[in-house]
Design a protein around this ligand. Sequence first.
Ligand SMILES: Cc1cc2nc3c(=O)[nH]c(=O)nc-3n(C[C@H](O)[C@H](O)[C@H](O)COP(=O)(O)OP(=O)(O)OC[C@H]3O[C@@H](n4cnc5c(N)ncnc54)[C@H](O)[C@@H]3O)c2cc1C
Length: 595
Amino acid sequence: MKTKRLQTDVVVVGGGMAGVCAAIAAARCGVQVVLVHDRPVLGGNSSSEVRMHICGADCSGNRNNTDSRETGILEELRLEDAVHNPQRSASMWDLLLYDKVRSEANITLLLNTYCRGVRMLAPDRIASVLASCPLTETEYIISAKVFVDCSGDGRLGAEAGAQFRTGREGRQEYGESLAPPRPDEKKLGSTILFITRKHDHPIPFVAPRWIVRFPSCQQLPHRSHNSWEYGYWWVEYGGEMDTIADGDRIRDQLLAFALGVWDHIKNSGSHPQSANWALEWIGFLPGKRESRRFIGEYVLNQRDVQQGEVFEDGVAYGGWPIDLHPPEGILSKEPPAEQIDVPLYNIPLRCLYSRNIRNLFFAGRNISATHVAFGSTRVMGTCSVVGQAAGTAAALCIQERVTPAELKQHISLLQQMLLKADAYIIGVTNSDPYDLARSAEVAASSEIPEGRVTNILYGKRRGVDTATNRWISDPTKGFPQWVELRFSREVRLREVHLVFDTGLHRPLTLTHSDSYHSRMIRGAQPETIRDYDLQLVHGRDALTIASVRNNYQRFCRHRFPAHTASALRLVVHATNGDPSARVFEIRAYETEQSV
Ligand SMILES: Cc1cc2nc3c(=O)[nH]c(=O)nc-3n(C[C@H](O)[C@H](O)[C@H](O)COP(=O)(O)OP(=O)(O)OC[C@H]3O[C@@H](n4cnc5c(N)ncnc54)[C@H](O)[C@@H]3O)c2cc1C
């Protein structure tokens, strides 16, 4: 083995959705990042190796009182995927994540490389990550100022001695009615998924002899298996074992269960219509739901989640139901999940850094939450926005030369940085002092009563309850439509941010489930502005500084050489289908200074 020493600002360990978003967020804030990931493809449980679809606070589109789909980096990825991967290829999703990470100049990506230890600067401070890449026979010593554990299992933090918890808290500990009476070591189990395809002729399935047999549907109580294209999340096992140390045994047993269920469908005689269906892919890497949860300065619990707690130091949000499963998994005769709806809630910064290691953040399923609260925070949409928050916070620590705990003094700055990068935090709106749009007057070619043009100045960027919080042009007037920001003085603009409508009320994610997929639009979202010009108005002149065609993104940022202007005009020529132009926010900057 040869040894390579790397020096960076931030090390992110684990390239699941939390790690990808953390690394991209930190890199876009201008700091150097090394992302250490032990698999050949990024995405964790969403990757082609596991193929779980990303869910989040919108409860798969079932929360209809507010726009709750995650924005920021995840929305950028989902929109990109919807447009360029209409075929729903799992490998295209891998490629997209790889491309996005590789395109960030500030990220050094180490694939097939696992974090196996740390060197400490002091008992409470990490100096470097020790990582190995067996394929290149390389040992890495990666020194950094701040570390972010997005490994799911929390290997980095555990090596550093960060306090963590496993299993379920007792009911008294946090006053949680959904917790068991006494603490135990039971967890949510792991799952192996499979994908099948219908052919035009019968294809038999000969099962290996080691499968677990389910001769009739009675052996699979409460476990619906009437659609066959996309395996079953309830093929769950290992919740009563050590989900890290017993990983190999859990995998072997899960293969026996998953293939046993397919054998039941194909060969039990209960599902004769499955004759033309055949197995296309089966996972060999179990999707792991639960192992370590770190202890932060605060532990998110059932009450916070159920009451929709907002927290002054909120940096991300969740909203998936508290989704707990029997630890016995597929062996349980009970229903495979109990889901308790929750309102949207914020996740505080204090849940994202270690109580006892001074330069360690974490993001993803390992954040500081009780087992019950984790039942909601664990979905990948929430892991992604938590990742973006942790990555941004790590970068801010570098810029301000503070520890994660000291970042509380800069919480408003952190929140504004997140909003500026299109994240959402409940109750926090744009107060960026450098944004000239906030003090501008606004006018539009047309508007409808529920979509007044003044909405674009309030910095809310999504519909909340009945408030649309967006400009909607009159659909009977056709295109072009325009909106104009008029400044009270001459300004020298150099940057403009536009936030468009991408139908946040609809689910949007890569899924291999046909019924879930049928509720989405695979392609550009019809509400989104497709063709537009951005003009700087000075006296009678209008200078077009950007002319965009075929847009499908929500958050569009334009940087250009500084120009004098008295007004900024967005001229909309077409949407991707909607008869109205729709805009949530326009920001205008004349300085490179930034929140
Ligand atoms: C079967 C199943 C069904 C689920 N259903 C859904 C669902 O429908 N929707 C949803 O959103 N969520 C679902 N979840 C939950 C969700 O998948 C996880 O909670 C989520 O993936 C956690 O994200 P993460 O980024 O924290 O971790 P992960 O996705 O686990 O990613 C962490 C990554 O870190 C890597 N890693 C680990 N150790 C190291 C190391 N030492 N060095 C380097 N890299 C390392 C791992 O290989 C992994 O890829 C499900 C989970 C399972 C298992």
